[in-house]
Design a protein around this ligand. Structure first.
Ligand code: PAP
Length: 344
């Protein structure tokens, strides 16, 4: 399968979206049917949002969802990367939405330079619509916003490095990895799961989330293995893989936007620096601004736009974890990240 970049974003006719929805449903059904027989062979664990998680290639995945082991298998079998692609990789709840917004804004800044409020895509739509996941794009007929044919294709992914489609690994394209303090990831995932979980299962208790997280069983976890999979390669290929931390980005967003723009090959000119172009991107992609834009509507069935904007802070874990829970996670993190320069 090859996913090509679409042209100018247009909020076109309703008919197109109805067709697109039908196309997606059919394609999802085909992919699930093709790979679902593997389910019986995979280790199983209690799920956060869906009933179960299944271990594929050392990581826990949902089944029959856009983010699922079936999707990973389909991508591994069919996805064609281009050397000019840019990938943003994260474990869920590590700042994906924020990073998508920033990278979309950096790469497309000249394209929307003269647009007045509110025509910039980030001022009218969820960052997830502006920069798609490969996992969701695989089902689409016409790719979402993306870029013009002269820009690189921008994709995000939650897939661990070791399970990425071969063509991404071989293409030599650039990749940004963003990680976040495990305790804040746990808290963020806990709230997200309770928003999206099937009501018949009742709310998840924090103690249960903690227990599952600690043993690695969260969607696309274990947390530590996911982070390490990208950290290892970022050390070997620093010009191709940029390893960032949400916590650092919150402290100094301006310098991170500059660093990202240089890494991606879109450095700010002196004139742009003088004009405050960096600060403008920081402001547009701020938690407060994106939350305001996304306070209504749904991203897709059952996922409200506002589910991606909760607190947007560092350290909310102190309001959820007991000191004993905190110590247990510290101990696991120290062991798993021993000798690595990954500190929070
Ligand atoms: P995803 O992987 O499912 O797309 P992701 O965007 O990684 O989710 O995580 C959402 C978290 O990022 C939320 O954290 P919280 O639950 O601790 O609040 C959300 O608030 C935070 N977030 C979203 N947008 C921003 C932003 N612009 N700046 C900082 N944090 C943000």
């Amino acid at each position: 399968m090859s996913i090509s970049a679409s042209n100018v974003p247009s909020l076109s006719s309703v008919t197109k979206y109805i067709d697109e929805d039908e196309h997606e449903k059919t394609k999802m059904a085909l992919i699930f049917d093709k790979y679902n027989h593997r389910l019986a062979t995979l280790p199983k664990e209690r799920g956060w949002i869906t009933e179960n998680l299944y271990m594929y290639q050392g990581f826990w995945h949902q089944s029959k969802r856009r983010m699922s082991f079936e999707t990973v298998m389909a991508l591994q079998d069919t996805f064609n990367a281009c050397p000019t692609d840019i990938y943003l990789a994260t474990l869920p709840k590590s700042g994906t939405t924020w990073l998508k917004a920033i990278v979309f804004a950096i790469v497309n800044r000249n394209r929307y330079k003269n647009d007045s409020f509110p025509t910039h895509p980030l001022l009218i739509s969820n960052p997830h619509n502006c920069l798609p996941f490969v996992e969701t794009e695989i089902f689409r007929n016409t790719p979402t916003y993306v870029n013009d044919p002269h820009s690189p294709r921008l994709f995000a992914t939650h897939i661990p490095y070791t399970s990425l489609p071969r063509s991404i690994l071989d293409s030599g394209c650039r990749l940004v990895y963003l990680c976040r303090n495990p305790k804040d990831v746990l808290v963020s995932m806990f709230h997200f799961a309770n928003k999206l979980r099937d009501k018949s299962r009742g709310p998840m208790r924090f103690e249960e989330a903690f227990e599952l997280f600690s043993k690695g069983a969260m969607p696309i976890g274990p947390y530590w293995d996911h982070v390490k999979s990208y950290h290892n390669v970022s050390l070997k290929h620093p010009t191709k893989i940029l390893f960032l931390k949400y916590d650092d980005m919150k402290v100094d967003t301006v310098n991170h936007v500059k660093r990202l723009s240089t890494f991606l090959g879109y450095p700010f000119t002196e004139a742009e620096n003088d004009d405050g172009a960096v600060q403008e991107i920081v402001r547009m992609c701020s938690f407060e601004n994106l939350r305001e834009v996304n306070k209504h509507g749904d991203l897709r069935e059952g996922i409200p736009n506002d589910a991606f904007f909760r607190e947007g802070t560092v350290g909310d874990w102190t309001n959820h974890l007991t000191s004993e829970m905190s110590e247990i996670l510290d101990q696991i993190t120290n062991e798993k990240f021993h000798g690595l320069d990954i500190l929070f």
